[in-house]
Design a binder for this molecule. Structure first.
Ligand code: PMT
Length: 395
């Protein structure tokens, strides 16, 4: 999976940098091309000569070459790479990456990178668990960068705790799975729905809900990163898509969402319905703004079509993944929804779980199929999306 892949390795000033030459050797053995970039302080922990020797490419660190004034083109470096992995990633570099600082070659290359980015933090346990570091890590994950979780054990400080850089062997395995997953949905077309629906009461008011679209957008991006072509049908949200293989159809109401889904459903291999669709809509929409002339106002509601259930009835070859947002008796309701809507799997999230559900950057979900229920920890929505895609691949 790694043979012939171009790997940009960013190395920061952390004691774990001494493992970098070993990591490069492992990647080279797998047949990868490896280009190393050092931050200025990384030189204190590992020599450019060692890295150049094992990578068989000059090790870069400065914007320009002092001898002849030519420059190391960070844009070209970023374009060259299939992946950019920053290992070890120091607290300082994580902070700069999260805030767009650009005062060395590694950071300029990071800002230019359109390829998948991985980062492997390495630092003392107190630095790692400091709220600033944890917030920076979350910010990077929200950019779609992948955290290579540090291990727990003896640290260079003599203390014991979380902060050890992931072992090079594990990182190689992680990259292998990445490249495997990146091709796993080649040639497949998936439909994703995201966001809320707005059901108009009059020209200025609507019935809606708190969905931000984050979960659905993350799923669309993760599917596209796995090689799929994606049609994303989204209710009102300000979110933007980044991947060129995602076509977005923006809708407002449940009826419009149904129409958009039905237009592509026959042609897709599967659907993930992360949208929070209004179950009811006003029977009629007032053409003028309703005046507050009486003490009470009654709005007659009628049921919206259940889009997921309709797709479930119409499915021939498609895989169907629904969501369930519950507040009580969660698992039982999710199981019933899966059967009632003829879905292959239901992603259950509960409003009782802190950090889960509407608007948050994280979610805690349970994957419910005919085989039972698998619970995942609280994770950034981008990570939840990747796990869902892994499950889709195995379906
Ligand atoms: O958008 P975020 O802020 O990131 O929040 C994410 C989320 C909480 C919206 C998402 O994770 C989620 O749970 N989405 C489904 C919410 C929901 O409507 O759940 P439900 O249990 O009411 O619906 C079950 C399933 O039927 C869902 O797949 C829903 O899309 C679908 N449905 C529901 C009603 C309807 N009329 N048509 C449908 O297709």
């Amino acid at each position: 999976m790694i043979r012939g892949k171009r790997i940009l390795l960013g190395i920061c000033g952390s004691i774990a940098a001494y493992k970098a030459p070993h990591f490069v050797r492992l990647l080279k053995k797998e047949g990868a091309e490896v280009q190393c970039i050092l931050t200025p302080d990384a030189h204190l922990f590992v020599t450019p000569t060692s890295l150049a020797t094992v990578s068989q490419l000059p090790c870069l660190s400065e914007f320009t070459h002092s001898e002849d004034g030519t420059w190391n083109n960070h844009v070209a470096l970023a374009e060259w790479a299939d992946v950019f992995i920053i290992a070890p990633a120091s607290a300082n570099t994580l902070a700069k990456m999260a805030t767009g600082r650009c005062d060395n070659l590694l950071l300029a290359t990071y800002l230019s990178a359109k390829c998948p980015v991985f980062f492997a933090p390495a630092m003392d346990l107190d630095m790692y668990r400091h709220p600033t570091t944890l917030t920076n890590i979350q910010t990077l994950q929200s950019f779609g960068n992948t955290l290579l979780e540090p291990g727990t054990g003896f640290l260079a400080s003599g203390l014991e705790g979380k902060g050890r850089m992931m072992e090079p062997e594990e990182m190689v395995e992680g990259l292998k799975s990445h490249f495997e997953l990146a091709q796993s949905l080649n040639g497949k077309h998936w439909l994703v729905t995201a966001g809320p629906t707005y059901e108009n009461i009059d020209p200025v008011r609507f019935i809606g809900n708190y969905s931000s679209g984050k979960m659905g957008f993350a799923i669309a991006e993760a599917l596209a990163h796995s090689g799929a072509t994606v049609t994303l049908v989204s209710g009102p949200t300000s979110l933007q898509i980044h991947h060129p293989n995602i076509q977005i159809l923006r809708v407002t109401s449940a009826l419009q969402m149904l129409e958009a889904c039905l237009s592509v459903f026959p042609h897709v291999h599967g659907v993930v319905k992360a949208a929070a669709v209004a179950d009811y809509r006003p029977e009629t929409m007032a053409t003028e703004k309703i005046k507050k002339s009486s003490e009470e106002l009654t709005i007659q509601l009628v049921k919206n079509p259940d889009i997921l259930a309709i797709l479930g009835q119409q499915k021939t070859h498609q895989k169907i993944i629904g969501f369930a947002l519950e507040t009580n008796n969660e698992l039982e309701h999710a199981k019933q929804k899966r059967l009632k809507k003829n879905a292959d799997a239901i992603v259950l999230n509960s409003l009782n779980d802190e950090g889960a559900g509407f608007q948050t950057d994280t979610n805690r979900v349970h994957w419910v199929t005919e085989n039972g229920c698998e619970s995942w920890p609280l994770l950034p929505k981008e990570e939840v999306a990747k796990l869902i895609v892994q499950k889709i691949v195995s379906l």
